[in-house]
Design a protein around this ligand. Structure first.
Ligand code: CA
Length: 354
């Protein structure tokens, strides 16, 4: 495909569906594998990985063929980072907070409690220096990261107990991974980490008192409304989780310039597409939870949110103490968030309050 044509196609994701079908005889110049942390075609996330693969393939006119592997098909979910780093696969699809074992600082490129929402994250990454820092972070692992999706604001979670005050968090056994779990622990709760497939039974049998998962779209599919009484919002612990695609740096450097642009352009299209998918599907799923299943949907009390906010600021700041790079990322992230909060007050926040 000529550059001119690429920009024409790039102007609208919708046009992808009108691209001509590849002839079977046409041989791809690059046969790439994408390994993912999701089951194949898992709603929103696995489908997002597949969408990105299809987009790269279509925009390149079939010159890059991308085969997608669900978690465990080629490598286990949490080994994809190393697999792409070492060149076992060319592309990976996951979220940066899964790799905090490599470096705690990576969590800023995914989400942090009371951190930035989806539009703020995208602005920081693309225009506020975030992408440069992310690239620096992954360069040590021979990887080039790209934002490739966002869940939007998640929900607080499903509870079998009413949360009226901070006291109700004391001793609360909740599935909430990562930094959110650390915040709950400092508020007196007991965070537990369980894989998604075990959550419904654990909640139903009382092994846990509460669980967070994603948002109405995914939560309805898991049937949590049959296992818990209350559905709390907002997802203070995951206000806009960025999904990622990372590419093996050697394999990327082998691409001609036009294909490099196609891969990075496709990730931007996928980033937007997944966010819109989540928002649109959440709208429908929320209506079903409210009207069909009469779910008791509640906001966390202000007092609880204020305390969780205070603890979260400490927990996130502690990440910056690790080394100079952590400090650099923390400073960039938090100063952007502060500025965007200032602008939000008189833009989106004011508008939504009408
Ligand atoms: Ca979650």
């Amino acid at each position: 495909m000529k550059r001119r044509d690429f920009f024409k196609y790039f102007s609208s994701a919708a046009i992808l569906s009108t691209l001509p079908k590849l002839s079977k005889a046409e041989k791809p110049e690059f046969n790439w594998k994408m390994v993912t942390t999701w089951p194949k075609n898992f709603p929103g996330l696995g489908t997002g990985a597949q969408f990105l693969a299809n987009t790269i393939q279509k925009l390149s006119g079939g010159r890059i063929k991308v085969s997608v592997y669900g978690a465990g098909e080629l490598v286990p979910a949490f080994e994809i980072f190393d697999a792409v780093s070492s060149g076992v696969a060319e592309l990976g699809h996951g979220s940066a907070y899964y790799w905090k074992g490599k470096n705690d600082t990576f969590q800023f490129f995914s989400t942090v409690p009371f951190g930035m929402s989806f539009n703020e994250m995208n602005a920081w990454l693309y225009k506020g220096g975030g992408m440069k820092l992310w690239e620096k972070a992954y360069a040590d692992f021979n990887l080039i990261p790209m934002a490739a999706g966002n869940t939007g604001v998640q929900m607080g979670g499903w509870f079998n107990k009413e949360i009226s005050s901070l006291n109700d968090l004391k001793g609360l056994k909740m599935r909430i991974p990562g930094l959110g779990g650390e915040v709950l622990k400092r508020a007196g709760g007991t965070p537990v980490n369980l894989p998604g497939g075990e959550l419904f039974t654990a909640l139903k049998t009382g092994t846990i008192d509460a669980t967070e998962w994603v948002s109405p779209y995914n939560d309805l599919a898991f049937g949590f409304h049959k296992a818990a009484k209350y559905y709390y919002y907002p997802g203070w612990h995951e206000p806009g989780t960025t999904l990622e695609c990372f590419v093996n740096a050697n394999k990327f450097s082998e691409l001609p310039d036009d294909l490099k642009q196609i891969v990075t352009g496709a990730a931007k299209i996928a980033n937007m597409d997944m966010l819109c998918e989540f928002i649109s599907k959440n709208n429908d799923a929320l209506e079903i939870l409210q009207k069909k299943h009469n779910v008791d949907i509640r906001q966390y009390p202000d007092e609880v949110l204020k305390e969780l906010y205070k603890i979260s600021k400490d927990v996130v700041k502690e990440l910056s103490l690790k080394d100079d790079f952590a400090k650099e990322v923390y400073n960039s992230y938090s100063s952007f968030q502060q500025k965007t909060n200032n602008w939000n007050e008189i833009s989106i926040k004011s508008y939504l309050n009408i």
